[in-house]
Design a protein around this ligand. Sequence first.
Ligand code: GNR
Ligand code: NI
Length: 176
Amino acid sequence: MSPMNPLTILRYPDPRLHTVAKPVAAIDARIRQLASAMFETMYEAAGIGLAATQVDMHERLIVIDVSEDHDQPLVLINPEIVWASAETRLGEEGCLSVPGIYDGVERSIAVKVQALDLDGKLQVHEAEGMLAVCIQHEMDHLMGKVFVEYLSPLKRNRIKTKLIKQKKDEERDAVR
Ligand code: GNR
Ligand code: NI
């Protein structure tokens, strides 16, 4: 993996985050390069997962690494959740597209996800814990859903206002 410029991560409430991703049509050099750039971007931002949607690429591609040492990279292409536990848990979530905001979201405690890897091989992953949470969070991104949409309209609007103000302040600072 050669070093490259990190991709720009879209930030809520950017409307492009609500785009529904299309299946990856062919696992070729372009997809391998995109996956590689997404890992770079995710590690740089200290995230545990990144969906292509977040870098304005609307294809069903997710990269994940929930390990401490960045040594368990996982690429999910055209993923489908084939089973989710009825048992759920409320856990604190954050999102690289919603910087500085953390709140509780209820998720299945375990999932089975079927996806292609970079060799085009169909894999089934049984996940629990942080990995299960992350997979569900990233699958939502591919459907155009951001975790703040699980929160109350009041909280969501406060977050929206805060992030819009933050962006304006940054743009003002940039021209000074
Ligand atoms: O880095 C991330 N951490 C995280 C923590 C709790 C629940 C979900 C996540 S995913 C997030 C990276 C991200 O925004 N992926 O879309
Ligand atoms: Ni996210």
